[in-house]
Write a protein that binds this ligand. Structure first.
Ligand code: FAD
Length: 520
């Protein structure tokens, strides 16, 4: 059968491999790391005495599970036999330094009455906001998420026409913060809903109100937890891919996409040229001219197509340096990055849930630091995720696995070691204040991920979590298409291209890209 190569086993690469295998391709996935999943991976921390804490390395919030299930169905499998998850009753617990605590319930009425009781905000304001989010989502979904923005057919159909009529409702012209300030009286609720801008690494004070579609995912479609932890998504999809015959080659970093005319013919990984069926085509080309060197093996058939899951900036700069570089897109400002502390904590906290937020007292200044000054603010908003709340074997008995994420500027060469030292103290101070204990003394294991290591572990340009930022109203049009304009059998997937970052959109990128590919 025809041979396809996927560069990178991030979630979009794995999904692309599955979709291509279902279309009848013989698929090889080359992955630089020793493990699959990219940002969506997992690791353990050993505690003195032998027990371990398990951590999901990156994503912690799971939305739109149907996009994972769709892959099983496509392959003729029943998803419930292979992938298990639960719907969450509470989406997040919110904490403020003044002692205010609020739980966001999945049930709208319950959340509305919580908002009334705790903040005195009329419940209808919340319900109207969630309705509006659903409406905006309905318009954007068909127009932006399921289709390529880069094909005329997207703009010339009935859904698109309906989309144009509804454009004024999308809030393209105002900011998310502006819309939320008009909606809510209480500044804490404005802050709570402004936080959704960070779901794709943007700034609520700059990003258009269109991004108010994001709460729809969490409150209307729902927030979920995979029973095996987030890594369950990666593992179950890798198993599915392997079951369909996909070959994963780990510790194999692709260094060049080999092209001839308008087509990709193979890829080069370090000193090997790889062709159809993962066969090594040749050693370094320099060998050809070395007197006495073995002549090249006859060239096997070129590959039928290539999908790259590598961050698009690095794909062009490193793998396709001689191709036409789409400079305007590649130079767009990047989304924010993250600073993550993974702590094994030798105590349990009944007041904490799976998802917890400890808000900054000055959100606007925090974003000013992140996006304008490229620094971390000394009173950061802290996201604390504890999977052992739902999966007790992720921590030893009586303990919890704390994943602490701070939004961080992307990497422009800051003094990260100094920033991390300072942030660690700020986090311990703020959490200790809110929880009434000395959190520092409870940390028994620790590791840290910062924009530098995000960049080196997953090849993300500047360590950005979600590719380009969406702070600009035209951002959706300034992401790279899911296909190449120069090479007819080259496709792009993952968080740095259309439709954007985050697991659901990465899965959609694979759907759109492979949708251009004919079955064998
Ligand atoms: P990536 O995960 O970026 O992986 C790319 C893969 O390609 C890597 O494995 C890399 O090694 C490999 N690769 C790159 N170049 C090469 C090469 N030349 N040769 C071989 N292999 C190569 N999303 C959510 O939905 N919910 C969340 O709660 C959430 N939280 C996040 C928290 C953190 C800390 C981080 C880091 C991300 C978070 N995200 C979240 C975003 C989400 O993780 C990403 O958008 C998504 O996982 C990116 O997937 P991807 O397919 O683009 O590939």
């Amino acid at each position: 059968s025809k041979s396809a190569v996927v560069i990178g086993a991030g979630i979009a690469g794995i999904a692309s491999a599955i979709r291509l295998a279902v279309k009848g391709y013989s698929v090889d996935v080359y992955e630089a790391n020793a493990y699959p999943g990219g940002k969506l991976s997992s690791f353990d921390q050993a505690r003195p005495g032998g027990a371990v804490y398990r951590f999901d390395a990156g994503p912690s919030l799971f939305t739109m599970p149907h996009l994972v299930e769709e892959l099983f169905r496509l392959a003729g499998r029943n998803p419930t036999d292979h992938f298990h998850y639960v719907r969450l009753d509470e989406t997040c617990r919110y904490f403020w330094d003044d002692g205010t605590r609020l739980t966001a319930w999945a049930d709208h009425q319950r959340f509305a009455s919580e908002v009334e009781t705790v903040l005195g905000e009329p419940g209808e304001h919340l319900l109207a906001h969630l309705n509006d989010s659903a409406l905006k989502y309905g318009v954007t979904e068909k127009l932006f998420l399921h289709r390529s923005l880069h094909k005329a057919s997207t703009w010339l159909n009935r859904d698109a026409l309906r989309g144009y009529l509804n454009l004024p409702k999308l809030g393209v012209f105002g900011t998310m913060n502006g819309a939320n300030e008009r909606r809510f009286r209480h500044p804490k609720l404005v802050q709570l809903f402004n936080r959704y801008a960070t779901y794709n690494g943007s700034d609520p004070y700059q990003t258009p109100a269109t991004l108010n579609i994001i709460p729809h995912l969490e409150y209307n479609i729902g927030a979920f937890f995979p029973k095996e932890g987030m890594i369950g998504i990666t593992n179950s999809l890798v198993n599915l891919a392997e079951d369909l015959g996909v070959r994963f080659h780990y510790n194999t970093r692709v260094t060049e996409i080999v092209t001839e005319g308008k087509r990709v013919v193979g890829v080069r990984a370090e000193d090997m040229e790889l062709g159809a069926e993962g066969i090594v085509l040749s050693a370094e080309p320099s060998a050809v001219n070395t007197p006495g060197a073995e002549p090249h093996a006859p060239r096997p058939a070129p590959i039928a197509l290539c999908v790259t899951n590598m961050d698009v900036v690095n794909a062009f700069r490193k793998l396709l340096p001689n191709a036409k570089q789409p400079e305007r897109i590649l130079r767009q400002p990047k989304s924010s990055s993250g600073l993550i502390f993974y702590w094994g904590i030798k105590r349990e906290f009944a007041e904490l849930g799976l998802h917890n937020i400890f808000f900054s007292n000055d959100y606007r200044t925090e974003f000013d630091y992140l996006f304008r000054r490229n620094k971390l603010y000394h009173d950061p908003t802290i996201y604390l995720n504890i999977t052992s709340k739902h999966k007790p074997d992720d921590a030893p008995p009586g303990c919890e696995n704390w994943f602490i994420l701070l939004n961080a500027p992307n990497n422009t060469g800051q003094d990260w070691d100094a920033i991390i030292d300072r942030a660690r103290q700020d986090v311990i101070r703020k959490l200790s204040h809110n929880l009434g204990v000395d959190v520092g003394s409870l940390i028994e294991t620790e590791s840290i991920l910062d924009p530098r290591s995000i960049e080196s572990k997953t090849s993300s340009s500047q360590g950005a979590l979600y590719g380009n930022s969406s702070n600009n109203r035209f951002a959706a049009f300034l992401r790279h298409a899911n296909f190449s304009r120069e090479f007819e059998n080259l496709y792009f997937v993952g968080g740095s291209v259309h439709p954007g970052g985050g697991i659901p959109l990465c899965l959609l990128s694979a759907k759109i890209a492979t949708g251009f590919v004919r079955g064998t």
